[in-house]
Structure formats: C-alpha cells, structure tokens
Design a binder for this molecule. Structure first.
Ligand code: NAD
Length: 491
C-alpha cells in the first residue's frame, strides 16, 4: 500500500468537537508543520465559557444516554465498534496525525493506529468484568466496596503520541462509564478530533466525548478548575503537572492522575548481549527523535565494554532515514518546533563547552523543517544539564561504571523515575537491580513498551502520580464507596 501523501491536500477538522459536531472557531495559535516548518493552520483556543459549554453537554449526554447505568456489555460492544472503525479509517487518522506531528506515516499505520484500536478493545472488556466486590466482615454484616464512575473526567494530553495518548485516556474513562472533556495538545490536535468523531459514528452517544482545543493557560486551566469536572487525567511535562496541582488546590479538591516527564537510564553490564542492547538503546532514542517520555536517554555502561557499545549504537544511529512525516520512506522524525530544536542544540553545545565529547550528531540537519541529528555525548558528569534535564530530543549521554553500586548511583535521578532499562545475562543480578531501581517501569534485556496493555505505566518521584493502562488505568476512572449492611434479624 502506498502511504506517502501530499500534506497540502489533507482536509483538517475545523473547530472543537462538542456534542457530536464541530463547533467552528476562527483564529488562534499559528501551527507549523515540523517536517517543513510551513505555517499551515491555526488552533482555536477554547475560553472558560466554551469549556463550560462542553462540560454541560457532557453532563446532559451522560444523563440522557444512560451510558453509566445501562447494561455494561452495551458499553463494551459500542467500544468494539469504535475500535473497528479506527482500523477501517486508519489511513485518515494517520494522515491527520502525520500532518501536524512528528510521527512518520509508516510508523503510524503499523504502530499507533493499530495499538490505539487494540487499547480501546482492551479497556472495553473491563466494563462488564471489573466491578464492586464483597469483603470479609462478621456474619451479621454484609460488607461491600461498590465502585462508580466519576461522572465527567477531564483529560489533557501531550503533543508527542496524540492518538495513543487519547486512547489511554478515552478507553478506560468511557468503559468505566464516564463522559469526557479532552484537550489535546495545541500543536497536534487533529487525529484526536477525528477519533472522537469516529466514536459517535460507532454509536457512542454524542456528547460523551468532547474535544476542546486550546493551550494550557486558557483552556487547560479552565478545565482543571472546573467544579463539574470530577477527575483530571493528565499526561505531559512535570512543570505542567505541578501547575495543574496548584490550580486544583487553588480552585477546590479533585483526584488526578499525572503521567509526567522522565530522564530514564539504561544500564548495560559487560555480560549482556551487546548487539541486542545497542539496538534497543538506539531505537529508544531514535523513535520519534527521542521525543518520548520513556526515551532511554542516559546510557550507563560497564567500562570494559563501553567502546564496543558506543560503536554499535552510533552505527545504528547513522542508518536512520530522516524525512517528512508524510513520506513512507522516512523513519526518523523531525523535532516538534523551532523553539524546541533551539533548546536541544543549546543543551548539547553547552555540554560540549563544559568538556563533553560529541561522538555522533551534535547539530541540526540541513533539511527543510526541524531535524536534529542523532547525538551521543560522552565524558559528561552527573550534574551536567545534558544528564539531568529531560531534553526531549535525540540526545544520548554515556557514562561508565565499574560495579553495581556505582551503576545504581549513576542511574538514580534526583527528581525523575519513569522507566529504566537493564541489560545483563545474569538473572540474579537483574532481579537484585530491579528491586533497587527507582522507576515505575523496568525493562530487562529490552527497552520498549510491548502490546501487553495489562501492564500499567506511571512514574516514581516527580515522574507522576497514579497509573495509566492496565487494571489500574481502568480503576483510576472509578471511585469507590464502602457499604456495610446490617443483616441481623430485626423482626
Ligand atoms: P506539556 O506539559 O507542555 O503539555 C501537555 C498538555 O498539557 C498540553 O495539552 C498542554 O496544552 C497542557 N498544559 C500545559 N500547561 C497546562 C496547565 N497549566 N494547565 C492545564 N494544561 C496544561 O507537555 P508536551 O510538551 O505536550 O509533552 C511532552 C511532555 O510530556 C514530556 O515531559 C514527556 O515526558 C511528557 N509525557 C509523559 C508521558 C507519560 O506517560 N509519563 C507520556 C507522554 C509524554
């Protein structure tokens, strides 16, 4: 199938998606295509009144549709129809995403689209399986933990994997019986808008999924402070997560799930399969040009194999194929914005000036758009900004160790704890190290998510609060009520 397309011919959804239709809006934030830097659209910004309108539509839809009170299997079935449509319309979804984002069209078709449909199906199956439970009490009582949907969930997603991130939020919230107001990133909103439209076409009642467009300051803040949004489910940077906590505290109290930033280490022992480790490490920083929360951006390698590992990683980096996201031959992404590519380069050049050795990349690529060469820096110390800051770009740092204690000390980040990778053939060591690594996910002899959606994801430290995916991701969309019934004979 020929996947390449002309980005100028794509019909972009216009406006917010509220109550099952697009609400047109003029003007807004100028959007540039990362692949060629061309200004091509404007993203409208929903103000507090429009957010309020979306919330009230969601409330009415929830009440009138009986979504949370009807037979749960009906929710499951509707969501399965939605997943079928996502696959059937995969090319449209992928093109809408490729236009505005950094995801290459081939990866979207083989990965993001398929995975999003799969995740919707995965969560659909919870609706009629996970629920209230009886708990042990004395014989004269019946104890129960009853679970219920929150009502309206406010979801806010980042720009980097728009479809998957929307799936992580919409799937469990809907299956659990909620209505949703979702704000995608102002930089990559189109696939999310179309995803919501497909839900209505699949028979999910209009108004249950509403997508409001806008930035964090205006639209995001109006959502997190809205009194009728009962729960916030956020994925984005630690700075924004912290601002959201502050706004929730200022305007009231509500539960939140925060999936935040990371600066994840990958530890390689001399006994590891070095080819496997080098491929996994290179992939983890090449996918989306390192613009992934779990990018394994800090390589920590046993001294005796450092040179060998670096050679294998740099040769894999050299084979990447940068190109526009709408060209099916491209497998290496642009950077999302000019601002971000300038920031990446500033961190890299500062590290070099401070003594880092640049063993690959370290420069913008001479192409249209915002492309940065896959970069590898060695001779960096633990306090270097290149080692401490989430760069969100294709930059690996390499540090060496001589024993487990030193590896763990280097791996431990002062604030982040999202994921960690471990490469060794020694089973006991892998378990020992896994126990001690301060990260919400540890991958051993691999470094990537699988399609086992049952595994939850979430961070330690300031990488987040709560989990997405898995059973935890579903339960995060329901609240629980403790019930105790006196069953003594009262005659
Ligand atoms: P960001 O924090 O700038 O924005 C994320 C979303 O939050 C956007 O929709 C934005 O408009 C909104 N927002 C920003 N400030 C807000 C505020 N004060 N109130 C309400 N909403 C606000 O992040 P980004 O640049 O879009 O994405 C990159 C970040 O996301 C990285 O830090 C990355 O690690 C993180 N991320 C984490 C995960 C995870 O699972 N932990 C997954 C993907 C991305």
């Amino acid at each position: 199938m020929a996947l390449s397309f002309n980005p100028d011919t794509i019909d972009l959804p216009k406006g917010h998606f509220i109550g099952g239709r697009y609400i047109g809006a003029k003007g807004g934030l100028t959007m540039h295509r990362p692949s060629d830097a061309i200004a091509y659209a404007e993203c409208p910004v929903a103000d507090a009144d429009l957010v309020d309108q979306a919330v009230s539509v969601a409330k009415t839809a929830l009440r009138e549709s009986g979504w949370s009170t009807r037979r749960p299997r009906e929710r499951t079935n509707a969501m399965h129809r939605w997943a079928d449509l996502i696959e059937a319309e995969g090319e449209t979804l992928a093109r809408l995403e490729a236009v505005s984002s950094t995801r290459p069209i081939a990866e979207l078709m083989q990965g993001d689209v398929v995975i999003t449909a799969e995740q919707i199906r995965f969560f659909a199956e919870f609706a009629d399986k996970e629920g209230s439970e009886l708990v042990p009490t004395d014989d004269l009582s019946l104890g129960m933990i009853m679970t219920e949907p929150y009502g309206i969930v406010g979801a806010i997603t980042p720009w980097n994997f728009p479809l998957s991130m929307a799936g992580w939020k919409l799937g469990p919230a809907l299956a659990a019986g909620n209505a949703i107001v979702l704000k995608p990133s102002e930089m990559t909103p189109y696939s999310t808008l179309y995803l919501a439209q497909l839900a209505v076409r699949a028979g999910i009642p209009a108004g249950l999924i509403n997508v409001v467009l806008g930035d964090g300051q205006t639209t995001g803040q109006a959502m997190t402070g809205h009194p009728d949004i009962a729960k916030i489910s956020f994925t984005g940077s630690t700075a924004a997560g912290s601002a959201i906590m502050a706004n929730i505290a200022r305007t009231g109290v509500k539960p939140m799930t925060l999936e935040l930033g990371g600066k994840s280490p990958q530890i390689v022992f001399a006994d590891a399969d070095l080819t496997l480790a080098a491929n996994a490490i290179a992939n983890s920083i090449l996918v989306n040009a390192g613009q992934a929360c779990v990018a394994g951006s800090r390589v920590i390698v046993e001294k005796s194999v450092m040179e060998q590992l670096i050679a294998a990683i740099t040769s894999r980096m050299a084979a990447s194929r940068p190109g526009p996201t709408w060209d099916e031959a491209s497998d290496y992404s642009p950077i999302i914005s000019e601002r971000q590519i300038v920031r990446i380069d500033a961190i890299v050049q500062a590290a070099r000036q401070a003594g880092a050795e640049c063993l690959a990349g370290g420069r913008c690529l001479k192409r249209d758009g915002y492309f940065y060469a896959p970069t590898l820096l060695s001779n960096v110390d633990q306090t270097s900004p290149a080692v401490i800051e989430e760069i969100f770009g294709p930059v690996l740092t390499v540090q060496s160790f001589t024993d487990e204690e030193e590896a763990l000390a280097l791996a431990d980040h002062p604030t982040y704890g999202l994921a960690a990778g471990l490469f060794t053939r020694d089973l006991s060591r892998s378990i020992r190290m896994t126990h001690r690594l301060q990260a919400g996910t540890v991958w051993v002899n691999r470094y990537s998510r699988s399609r086992d959606h049952i595994l939850p994801t979430g961070g330690y430290k300031r990488s987040g609060i709560g989990k997405d995916l898995g059973r935890d991701g579903y339960n995060a969309n329901r609240k629980s009520k403790s019930v105790l019934i006196n069953i003594q004979d009262q005659t």
